[in-house]
Design a protein around this ligand. Sequence first.
Ligand code: AHR
Length: 349
Amino acid sequence: MYFRGKALFWLPLCLLIVLFGCESNHPDSAPAGVARGEYDRDEGSPDSSDESIAPQRPIVLGFSQLGTESDWRNANSLSVKEAAKEAGIELLFENAEQSQEKQFEAIRGFIDKKVDLIAVAPVVQSGWDDILKEAQLAGIPVIIVDRAVDILDASQYVTLIGSDFYEEGRKAGKYLLDKMANSPGPVGIVELKGTAGSTPSIDRGRGFHDTIGEQSKFRVLKSEYVDFTHERGREVMRSLLQELGEEIQVLYSHNDDMALGAIEAIEEYGLRPGKDMIIISVDGTRKALEKMVQGKINCVVECNPLLGPNLMQAVNELMEGRTLPKRIVTPETVFTEVTAEREVHNRKY
Ligand code: AHR
């Protein structure tokens, strides 16, 4: 009687443990809305009759990269590819060559292939609502990398991993305030902006203007969109020098590639970059640090492109069902002539 009573108590409990225990320990367990078993591939197919011997398939991540405009971008792509390999994550990589339309196509392709997750480095901030809705309806989580998206419903992406571009602009502005502390002014500045509508361009501009705006001696003579490329940096700086000549005392460039192009134009014009004109840039590529060591760039605000390991960690955590913070900011520094000399040899990009 006692034994029967005990059995009646334990039997349902054991059944519960078996049912729920099996589910949470399943190797293919995925967060809510992630249809991991549906990805159309041979190995590890969920149709496999004996799950205990079926190989566990890797997580599949679709990544839409915005382009190849700069050394920063190429380092970023390499970092994502290497980190995926290291983490055993299968990466479907698409380069959109600066076209938002191509990013939409890539995302639709990832949805068709039923990938586990999608990551996007968005070329511009606006226009993402509809495509992110499509991914959400397909139950595929989206991680935003590097640049932000300006959307109405923030639940359409899981997290944004990347730099604080506004803070980068503020750091550039603070450097200039210190550097020109003893100058009565006026101080003539030209600004080479990146891609129109992109987060780094918008926020680096705002951060810089908000900071130098505290003092009326600073005058931004011209502000031009230059698409983050070396070639356009040279071209635009040439024409700015033709127009404004030695009125330009400071160049603020939103990235290193444009600054390096502009330096060529400044030297062609017969001025000494870093001496006759203060050069402030953003990124911290090896080529820019080399120029700093030569005294041709005065300040570089770091923007870290090595986001691959952070991205893969986020992917793994998400697939394990964990919750991520809405914003993951990468720590960054400011290089001056002294620190550049120490860092230049360690720079991989
Ligand atoms: O979004 C990051 C920016 O994009 C980098 O500063 C720039 O070099 C790149 O092209």
